[in-house]
Design a protein around this ligand. Sequence first.
Ligand SMILES: [Ca+2]
Ligand SMILES: [Ca+2]
Length: 240
Amino acid sequence: SKYHGYPCYNFRCKRGKTCKLDADNKPRCACQEPAECPASTNTFDNVCGTDNRTYDTSCHLFATKCNLDGTKTGHRLHLDYSGPCKLIPPCLENELSQFPLRMRDWLKNVLLQLYELDSMSPGYLTPKQRFKVKKIFENERRLYPGNHTVQLLAQDFEKNYNMYIYPVHWQFAQLDQHPSDRVLTHSELAPLRVPLVPMEHCTSHFFQKCDADKDKQVSFKEWTSCFGIKNDDMDPNLLF
Ligand SMILES: [Ca+2]
Ligand SMILES: [Ca+2]
């Protein structure tokens, strides 16, 4: 094609940056101007930043962040959740303690759903994952998806504890990919946090609390203990 010889063709830059030619006509990644971002087509494109400001699109947010590179404000700016900023009710202590119960149940149900999809058309799970989820799927004692009370979820976690071990490991492995170093950064947590925050107002609080040593990252050990997995059941071999 006519663009093939263009030095910026297929030249990839990270979010917030765009390829520009330098004085020697060499392609380089430079901060994008927010004004150059394509405008939103509807409010679903809006995102709320951790500065509690609504950005037209995630492109606008990351371009703004890039232009603030090296500043404290830039360092602190992240995508908090999708949609315009809204008033998130404060997370109460008792709600916070219920969050891992619902989240664990949800993770298990996501995997069971992937298992069913994979049974109809393979590709949703790897054979290794499938083998693990099969055991949960075939266990008749499992709690079936539904709108369960906190009491029931807590009871089930005690009774069927073993069924929750893999789903908690699985979600960690899904998120820990950039890089895969057994710690989750703020941006690695984003794919989980961003859609969840508007629905579950304790999400941000929960992940902050998970970071027990306050190094701004959630380690494998912090993650598993947040979800009530015993130290003895923490198994790096289950990270797939
Ligand atoms: Ca990581
Ligand atoms: Ca930490």
